[in-house]
Design a protein around this ligand. Structure first.
Ligand SMILES: [Fe+2]
Ligand SMILES: [Fe+2]
Length: 301
């Protein structure tokens, strides 16, 4: 393959057309492709134990097996709830993006296809949350409230980078959970379906970002590097660190403190960010001045 062939195969238009074909050939409907009658097993984990934010902490060591399984149920509920909200945010960002561009090409059609996927995923996460039987929590106000005004400044670069942050981080965790035979079959089915469709969203966002960076003037690019890093530092910790400890009878402040300082949890966050950080650095969307914000997100060492 020549350089020009490679450039063409990675162009946003070619990528979007390929993803449209792939979506037409294989898309999922969680209402029928997931067996919601799958019974919850009595002795299965709801999430891989090593990925729980409290794994290995003094609090974890004091819990018996039942309490640990219960903790994993609440942590799976947290991921479902945050996935639910962040995908609503992605739909909103994509809608705003489409309202400002030509809407009759493959790239716009694929963005609409992705919005359709996310609508089904949101329903799926909501249904999983209801099945898990954990109380619903609102997404923290410090994430929820600044989003609408901040999103007005996102344009294409921060829109696609923000989508990519959520998608790549969840992808890493869900890919592992889908393959873990210790995890509840229902949770594994949800993760499997989500991973399959999110792989296409990740390809789309990456192609759009490469294109946007190529055409962005230097000042605009610098602005979006900073804005993207702020988004990451603000959203990744609450996405990956559950705030449901009170529901389990644990002292919330102490549990949160132990999770925040937990070396296992820190290693999980870095692992979640590996591919994302490598891509954004290569795409010139992370430079040294943003490192402190990316470190605060937990995704960069
Ligand atoms: Fe999704
Ligand atoms: Fe997605």
């Amino acid at each position: 393959m020549t350089d020009q062939d490679l450039r063409l195969s990675r162009s946003p238009h070619t990528t979007a057309q390929r993803l449209l074909n792939a979506s037409a050939a294989r898309s999922y409907d969680p209402a029928t492709d997931i067996d919601w009658d799958t019974p919850l097993l009595d002795d299965a984990w709801f999430w891989p134990p090593e990925r729980l934010a409290l794994y290995g902490t003094p609090l974890w060591e004091r819990m018996d097996h039942r309490q640990r399984l219960e903790l994993s149920r609440h942590e799976a509920a947290h991921i479902a709830q945050m996935g639910h909200w962040f995908e609503l945010a992605i739909i909103r960002m994509l809608a705003r993006h489409l309202m400002n561009r030509h809407i009759l090409d493959a790239r716009a059609f694929y963005a609409l296809t992705e919005m359709g996927d996310e609508t089904r995923h949101i329903t799926m996460f909501g249904r999983l949350l209801a099945t898990l039987g954990c109380p619903a929590h609102r997404v923290p106000a410090h994430v929820r409230l600044p989003f609408p005004p901040a999103a007005a400044a996102f344009q294409d670069i921060t829109t696609f980078t923000s989508a990519l942050i959520v998608e790549e981080v969840l992808d890493r965790l869900q890919r592992e959970a889908a393959q873990d035979e210790r995890v509840q079959p229902l949770v594994r089915s949800v993760c499997r379906l989500h991973v399959a469709e999110e792989a296409r969203h990740v390809s789309f966002a990456r192609a759009e970002l490469r294109e946007a960076v190529t055409h962005a003037p230097r000042g605009r690019l610098a602005f979006h590097r900073h804005l993207t890093a702020l988004v990451a530092s603000h959203t990744v910790p609450p996405l990956l660190r559950p705030d449901r400890y009170g529901d389990l009878g644990l002292a919330p402040g102490e549990a949160r403190r132990q999770a925040r300082h937990n070396p296992h949890h820190r290693a999980t966050m870095l692992w979640c960010g590996e591919k994302l950080i490598a891509f954004l650095t290569e795409a010139d969307l992370i430079r040294r001045p943003q490192h402190h914000l990316w470190r605060r997100s937990g995704l960069l060492a």
